[in-house]
Design a protein around this ligand. Structure first.
Ligand code: HEM
Length: 464
């Protein structure tokens, strides 16, 4: 099917009107739904519910329009709850803010992600990774997702929040996942012409209450600790200077936890999985890493980039226009909901040949343009932590891959779990071995095969 674009007036005129049953799985399997919409309608499709319009649009052109016009297309962020509720208060963080307040909060955080700061993170990142790896024993089986989650949690709590309370981070995590999922349900509840699972709203409000309490404890702990260069210390200083309120601090801490933790967990887990399943590429990465620590790792960087193309940790972004807007031949009345999908854009065959294959070397020549590769979003709302995430990936992944060979357990079931983010539903069982270079792809089951064309199971690095 030839994808249509907003620049192509003729096809924009034929913006297809979708049938509601094709949205049925959006609440429980966002990627399955987005894939289905693309296969049936192409990258542009509209739905109506009463006077409400929702448009799924994932071409580079529509991504660009949404990213370049933040004054028109406002971010939806988390659901706005009832007055005086935890849910409402937690809406004072960056994902929900627009206009001047958004700029102000964003500016507050930028010093943290400048070059000298980023370099200073490498040593603690190395330490935290070694702590995890020191616990691994050769020939034993681990759940890769659980291990990386714990690592990402300790990175978030130590480097972003300046604390060592890993148990508190684990309690926040337990609530947080549910809160995120319920927000995904409720945000679209009134707009999509299908019903979400029941009781989502009540569960969202309850988990917001629990989140606010735990984040409150975290902020109180930080107030007792010595000053530091972390983001929470920065936010507290801004509060003491009267620039932001205590409610803002709690909300930003919540949004940052959300922004940093799941995304980095999934990006690292998927990259390690894909490398374990692609012996040829893994073998080349090992060669590169053996050249010595501290150097740059262009191939590893391409693998991470390719992993976030195929399995982007964030799969969609949502905006609503606050004033009328002409998109090609289409008049959008205010309040139209627009959903762009990183997952869909990253597979458009016009941009990527053989889109379902993991081919890190495509990045030696691929040029999908600024809005054709968007794992970190774009424009005024582009991820503030992108460079930080890159330092995390390079440091942690290079260390893991140098010290161990990871082999996926044959027969493992790898299914997706997705709402706003995309991770492995049941974890990923791996056996860890000494770095003996015996890389081999294992046969696996599950809907991973819908998302990635994995090499045949018998392929070994040596045979390539
Ligand atoms: C693999 C890692 C990451 C991915 C894939 C990712 C992805 C994204 C995306 C797609 C957005 C834009 C959302 C939108 O357009 O509505 C975003 C925003 C944001 N990210 Fe990240 N992120 C990652 C890591 C991080 C980290 C480590 C931090 C913090 C240290 C962070 C902080 C933020 C913040 C604060 C925003 C909101 C920016 C704004 O609204 O102006 N992210 N991220």
């Amino acid at each position: 099917m030839k994808p249509s674009t907003w620049n192509d007036d003729a096809s924009a005129d034929r913006l297809p009107e979708g049938s509601p049953e094709h949205l049925q799985t959006f609440f429980t399997d966002s990627v399955g739904c987005l894939r289905g919409l693309y296969q049936r309608y192409g990258p542009l499709v509209a739905f109506s519910k009463g006077s409400q319009r929702i448009i799924f649009a994932s071409t580079p052109e529509t991504n660009g329009l949404l990213f370049r016009n933040p004054g028109v297309f406002h971010s939806l962020g988390f659901v706005s709850g009832p007055k005086n509720s935890s849910q409402r208060r937690l809406g004072n963080g960056m994902f929900n803010l627009n206009g001047a307040r958004h700029k102000q909060h964003r500016r507050l955080m930028l010093p943290l992600f400048q070059k000298e700061m980023l370099d200073s993170y490498r040593e603690p990142l190395g330490e935290l990774t070694d702590r995890m790896l020191d616990g691994w024993q050769y020939e034993r089986q681990y759940d890769l997702l659980a291990e990386i989650k714990e690592l990402a949690r300790s990175i978030t709590i130590r480097l972003l929040f300046g604390l060592e309370d890993f148990a508190l981070a684990a309690s926040i995590d337990a609530i947080f996942e549910q809160w995120l999922e319920m927000n995904h349900h409720v945000a679209f509840q009134s707009m999509l012409p299908v019903e979400p699972p029941s009781e989502s709203y009540e569960r969202m409000l309850l988990s917001a209450q629990a989140m606010e309490k735990l984040i409150g404890t975290l902020v109180a702990e930080r107030e007792q600790a010595p000053p530091g260069p972390d983001v929470l210390a920065l936010l507290l200083r801004a509060r003491d200077a009267g620039a932001i309120s205590t409610v803002d601090v709690l909300a930003e801490a919540t949004h940052l936890f959300n922004a940093a933790y799941h995304t980095t967990t999934y990006a690292m887990t998927w990259t390690l999985f894909l490398l374990a399943q692609h012996p040829v590429e893994m073998s080349r990465v090992y060669e590169e890493l053996s050249a010595g620590p501290g150097a740059s790792f262009p191939l590893l960087d391409r693998c991470i980039k390719e992993s976030m193309r195929l399995l982007p940790p964030v799969v969609y972004f949502a905006r609503s226009n606050v004033e009328p807007f002409a998109l090609g031949a289409h008049h959008l009345s205010p309040g139209t909901l627009l959903v762009g999908s990183h997952y869909v854009t990253h597979r458009l065959p016009d941009l990527y040949s053989d889109p379902e294959r993991f081919m890190p070397d495509r990045w030696l020549s691929a040029d999908p343009g600024v809005y054709g590769y968007i794992p970190f979003g774009g424009g005024a709302r582009m991820c503030v932590g992108a460079a930080f995430a890159q330092v995390i990936f390079e440091t942690c992944l290079s260390q893991i891959l140098r010290r161990f060979r990871l082999a996926v357990v044959p027969g493992a079931r790898i299914d997706r779990k997705c709402s706003l983010t995309l991770g492995p539903r049941w974890g990923i069982p791996v056996t860890v071995h000494r770095p003996d270079r015996q890389y081999a792809c294992a046969p696996v089951a599950g809907d991973i095969h819908e998302m990635v064309a994995l090499p045949t199971a018998s392929k070994r690095a040596a045979a390539a």
